[in-house]
Design a binder for this molecule. Structure first.
Ligand code: DON
Length: 581
């Protein structure tokens, strides 16, 4: 029998080999753990930056900047590109808001929110007994508001654009005509909504968003009808949508299916320049969206409370941090439900709501060890849905112009109606009105008279495109989708940066929470906060619900060396991308 013996030399060699191997394994493990625990460092750019929820749209925006376009030109090109590449939220038949800071120190905001058709009325979603039928406000032709996007982009271009209009619409036409390779997320989303989209579009000759087989990642989605609709916008600007063939297609879609929008509604639509709401937070200037969005006012109220209660003295994720946020949020959302609506139809007390004396008193009953009960009114029974149908993009250019745009169809693919022959989805923004006092919408939000339905009126929004300055210089550009959770996501990103002094990627990656008065619950992202803190929150009376994702940020930060750092929220939405030059 052969026996093998190890010589001393062999033994030493083996030992060395094993030690080296062990060390390499240890090194590998530590590198792996490090790379998982420390967020990757985002790239910084000197000349311009674009952050959107879809890589193709980010690339379109970056190309426009590199061709000499300013941030506003890039925003127009991105808005149209998203309508093709990201149809669940990108749109030509939805609406949105833009908050602007120019290199000359001007602040502005553009309201291209949809309006209720003229024939709309307060009880339109109620049956004879006064019960609301949410299906009507959320799906199909009656859910559609008069679209604002195209007029908004035209006004943005007229006031701030530098490049030719046609050059800004052209990239989207190319995407529609040549086709877009579907990402995994987009293929899955279209498959998830296949039945709903099919149900709302029976009998139409072509519908690019539904086909015999399920969509797969990498499939090319060509949309010739949308390409043509975009071509009309390219050639004729506003009239290419609100008049002529596209308007005819929308009106005929409405007439055949019991919708309300008329040719006069389309011709009469106007987006509106509004003075942004502005405030100070710990020596930073906050510039955000005024009504008909509740976003800016709610954000300023929250920040006021965070300063009053010295948020910066708490640890991130501690009981005090989370309890304080929740208590502030519950009060602010109660204000939202009562006081906010379209300022052209309801006297919104903007100045009073963000007045120091009011806010000091508003938060004075917060107790730092226990929850205050929400008023005893019928709580929303709607579950908070994990929904990222809206989309936000942030852009800044070499001159210091910056724009934050949040744009939406409301639900995923809006009303699910694709305009026959137009190839684009119509919004279901009417659901953002309060269909009946105290009756929750799809986000569980309640409202009353201020946000009651009326022909021509704009429905209240939570979209919160926001710009932050420090010492007169650009500091952050940010925003998010997420319905009611938009405001609280933006709020947390600002305090993460200013109070908890997090690095840009951490600001965005950090877990978030959300509370909105009614339903009387606190939503927390998975595995957050620690068990110990969760137990304390429960002991203080909070009802906790777990939520996989809250918000999807598209943020720009400005470094001390004045470079742009773009952070896409790829942790929550893989297709997001920051790119610049
Ligand atoms: O304007 C609003 O507040 C809503 N229509 C936004 C919808 C939304 O964010 C959906 N999902 N992410």
């Amino acid at each position: 029998m052969n026996k093998s013996y190890l010589s001393l030399g062999d033994f030493t060699n083996l030992l060395t080999m094993r030690t080296t191997k062990c060390l390499s394994i240890l090194l590998f493990i530590s590198l792996f753990v490090f790379s998982c625990s420390s967020p990757q460092k985002p790239k910084s750019y000197k000349n311009g930056i674009v952050v959107t929820a879809h890589y193709l749209a980010s690339e379109v925006g970056n190309e426009i900047l590199q061709k000499g376009g300013n941030a506003f030109d890039a925003a127009i090109a991105v808005q149209f590109a998203l309508a093709v590449a990201y149809p669940r939220a990108g749109n030509i038949a939805g609406g949105g808001f833009a908050v602007i800071r120019t290199s000359k120190g001007e602040y502005n905001s553009l309201d291209f929110r949809e309006t209720a058709p003229r024939a709309a009325y307060e009880q339109m979603y109620c049956d004879k007994k006064g019960n609301v039928n949410s299906d009507l406000s959320q799906k199909g032709h009656l859910a559609v508001g008069v679209p604002g996007t195209v007029d908004g982009m035209v006004k943005l271009h007229q006031k701030y654009g530098k490049m030719e209009w046609k050059a800004l619409v052209a990239p989207a036409i190319k995407l529609a005509m040549n086709g877009v390779a579907l990402s995994l997320s987009e293929a899955n989303k279209l498959n998830d909504y296949r039945d709903q989209i099919r149900n709302q579009n029976k009998g139409k000759e072509t519908n690019p968003y539904v086909r015999e087989n399920l969509f797969e990642e990498g499939d090319t989605l060509i949309n010739i009808a949308l390409g043509r609709a975009l071509l009309r916008i390219k050639e004729n600007g506003r009239n290419g949508f609100y008049e002529g063939e596209t308007a005819d297609l929308i009106v005929s879609e409405m007439q055949k299916n019991g919708g309300m929008i008329t040719a006069e509604d389309l011709q009469g639509y106007q987006s509106v320049w509004r003075t942004p709401v502005m405030g100070e937070y710990r020596a930073h200037k906050i510039i955000s969206m005024p009504p008909p969005s509740s976003g800016g006012i709610a954000l300023l109220e929250l920040l006021y409370g965070a300063e009053q209660y010295k948020m910066n003295e708490f640890d991130f994720g501690s009981f005090e941090h989370i309890h304080l946020m929740v208590e502030l949020e519950r009060r602010v959302y109660a204000d939202r439900a009562t006081w906010l609506g379209d300022p052209d139809y309801y006297e919104v007390p903007v100045d009073r709501l963000i007045d120091e004396a009011y806010l000091e008193n508003r938060f004075s009953d917060i107790e730092m060890d226990k929850k205050t009960n929400s008023q005893d009114i019928k709580a929303g029974t709607v579950e908070l849905i994990e929904s990222f149908e809206t989309t936000h993009f942030s852009i800044a250019d070499s001159k210091g112009n910056a724009i934050a745009v949040t744009t939406t169809l409301n639900g995923n693919y809006g009303s699910k109606v694709v305009v026959d022959g137009g190839g684009f989805f119509l919004n279901n923004e009417m659901d953002d009105f309060s269909s009946k006092p105290g009756f929750p919408n799809q986000f569980g939000l309640v409202g009353g008279e201020a946000n009651a339905i009326k022909g021509g009126k704009r429905m209240l929004s939570s979209m919160t495109p926001t710009i932050v300055e420090k010492n007169g210089k650009l500091f952050m550009v940010l925003g998010s989708p997420g319905g009611s959770t938009i405001i609280t996501s933006v709020f947390q990103n600002i305090i993460n940066r200013i109070d908890f002094e997090m690095a840009p990627q951490q600001v965005v990656n950090a877990p978030r929470i959300h509370s909105q008065w009614l339903p009387d619950e606190v939503y927390v992202e998975t595995d957050f906060p620690s068990k110990n803190v969760l137990d304390k929150l429960k002991a203080a009376g909070h009802v906790i619900k777990s939520q996989a994702k809250i918000g999807v940020m598209s943020n720009i930060f400005v470094s001390d060396s004045e470079e742009y750092i773009g952070v896409a929220d790829t942790k929550r939405h893989a297709d997001s991308k920051a790119t610049g030059y």
